[in-house]
Ligand binder design. Structure first.
Ligand SMILES: Cc1cc2nc3c(=O)[nH]c(=O)nc-3n(C[C@H](O)[C@H](O)[C@H](O)COP(=O)(O)O)c2cc1C
Length: 326
C-alpha cells in the first residue's frame, strides 16, 4: 500500500507535545520535501470505539501537504479496529498503532509495549485494523523489545504478517526507556527481517543524522522525537537566530491559550517542556537553568517576546527595503 509521506524525514508522535498547536508550527516551518509527515500523540482506546469528537480534537483543523497520521494504542482488538475504521472514514491518511509506550497504565491494560512480549498478539492487533480500514495504510511503531532485543526479528515479522504498510522501530527496548546510548544495528536487523519499508527511530540529533541513519541501517524513513523539540527546523536543516527561535515559542504559547484553552501558566509550563531540550537559535545557551527556574510565567513570556521583537524589527526593515527597491 503506497505511503503518503512527502519526504523520508518524519516527526515522531509525542504525548503532550505533538498536539495540533506544536505540529502545525513545525509543519509550517519545514517544506514537504524536508518533513514528510507526522502523527498525533497516542490516543488510548479502551473498550469501545472512540467518538469522532475525540479523533477530530487530536487531528486538529489545519491541513498541510504532509500527512498527519492518527496513532492509536489499545489491547481490545474490536474497539481498536472500530476506532481505526472510524478514523479512515474521517479521511485520516495513515493509522499508526503504538506498541512501544512504556507507561505503567499502558502495561496494565496490556497495550503499548506490553505486546512486545507476544508477537502473535501484536500481529493480531495489526491484522484486525488492516482488515477493517480498507484502503488506508496501517503502520506500526514498536520498540526493539521489552527487556532485551532477542525478539526483534519476530516482532518485525509479526508487524509485516499482520499487513502493516510500514514498520517504525524505536531502537531502544522498553527497559532502556530513553537512555542516551542507541544501537542503530537493531534498525538494520529489522530492515533485514522484513520486505515492508522500515522507519528507523532513536537518537537523531542533527539534520545530517537522518541521512546517516538511512545509510547505516538501510531504513527507508527516519523519524526524530526529542531532536525536534530541541530544534523544530531540524528537518530542513535551516539554522535560525534567537529572535526566530523565540517567536516560535511565543506563537506556541499563544496557540495553546487561544486554541488549546490553556492558561498563561499552563502554556508557559509547556514552553518550559520544550526549553528543557531547546537548542535552536542559541536562545537558551548556558542559561537553560535560569530559563527553567523562572517561576513567574508573565516574566518568562515577556522575556521571550522581547527576544522575538528583534525578529519583528528585522522583518520590518527587510520589507521596507523591499518596498523601497520595488
Ligand atoms: C515526551 C514524549 C512523548 C512521547 N509520546 C509518544 C507517543 O505518544 N507515541 C509513541 O509512539 N511514542 C512516543 N514517544 C516516543 C517517541 O516517539 C520516540 O520513539 C522516542 O522519543 C525516541 O526518539 P528520539 O530518540 O528521537 O527522541 C514519546 C517520547 C517523548 C520524549
Amino acid at each position: 500500500m503506497p505511503l503518503p509521506f512527502t519526504s523520508f524525514r518524519l516527526l515522531a508522535p509525542m504525548e503532550g507535545v505533538t498536539e495540533p498547536q506544536f505540529r502545525d508550527l513545525v509543519l509550517a516551518r519545514n517544506a514537504p520535501d524536508a518533513l514528510g509527515g507526522t502523527f498525533t500523540e497516542f490516543v488510548r482506546v479502551v473498550d469501545h470505539a472512540l467518538p469522532v469528537q475525540v479523533l477530530t480534537r487530536h487531528l486538529g483543523t489545519s491541513r498541510f501537504e504532509q500527512p498527519v497520521g492518527l496513532q492509536l494504542m489499545g489491547a481490545d482488538l474490536d474497539a481498536l479496529a472500530a476506532t481505526a475504521r472510524r478514523a479512515a472514514e474521517l479521511g485520516v491518511p495513515v493509522i499508526d498503532l503504538n506498541f512501544g509506550c512504556p507507561a505503567k497504565g499502558a502495561l496494565r491494560g496490556c497495550a503499548g509495549s506490553a505486546m512486545l512480549r507476544e508477537p502473535r498478539k501484536l500481529e493480531d492487533a495489526v491484522r484486525a485494523c488492516v482488515a477493517t480500514v480498507g484502503d488506508r495504510p496501517v503502520t506500526a511503531k514498536i520498540r526493539a523489545g521489552f527487556d532485551d532485543a532477542l525478539l526483534l526479528e519476530d516482532l518485525a515479522r509479526a508487524v509485516e504478517a499482520g499487513g502493516a504498510a510500514l514498520l517504525t522501530i524505536h531502537c531502544r527496548t522498553r527497559a532502556e526507556a530513553y537512555c542516551e546510548a542507541v544501537d542503530w544495528s537493531r534498525i538494520a536487523r529489522a530492515v533485514a527481517a522484513v520486505r515492508i519499508p522500515v522507519c528507523g527511530n532513536g537518537g537523531i540529533e542533527t539534520h545530517a543524522d537522518f541521512e546517516r541513519m538511512r545509510r547505516e541501517t538501510g531504513c527507508a524513513y527516519a523519524m526524530v522525537g526529542r531532536g525536534a523539540l530541541a530544534d523544530p527546523w531540524i528537518f530542513s536543516g535551516r539554522s535560525v537566530d534567537a529572535a526566530e527561535a523565540a517567536s516560535f515559542l511565543v506563537e506556541y504559547a499563544e496557540r495553546l491559550i487561544a486554541g488549546g484553552g490553556a492558561s498563561l501558566a499552563g502554556a508557559v509550563a509547556r514552553v518550559k517542556q520544550l526549553l528543557r531540550f531547546w537548542t535552536a537559535g542559541e536562545l537558551v545557551g548556558s542559561e537553560r537553568r535560569e530559563w527553567l527556574r523562572e517561576s513567574e510565567p508573565q516574566r518568562l513570556a515577556a522575556r521571550l517576546r522581547g527576544i522575538a521583537k528583534g525578529l519583528d524589527a528585522t522583518t520590518r526593515a527587510a520589507s521596507s527595503t523591499a518596498a523601497a527597491v520595488g
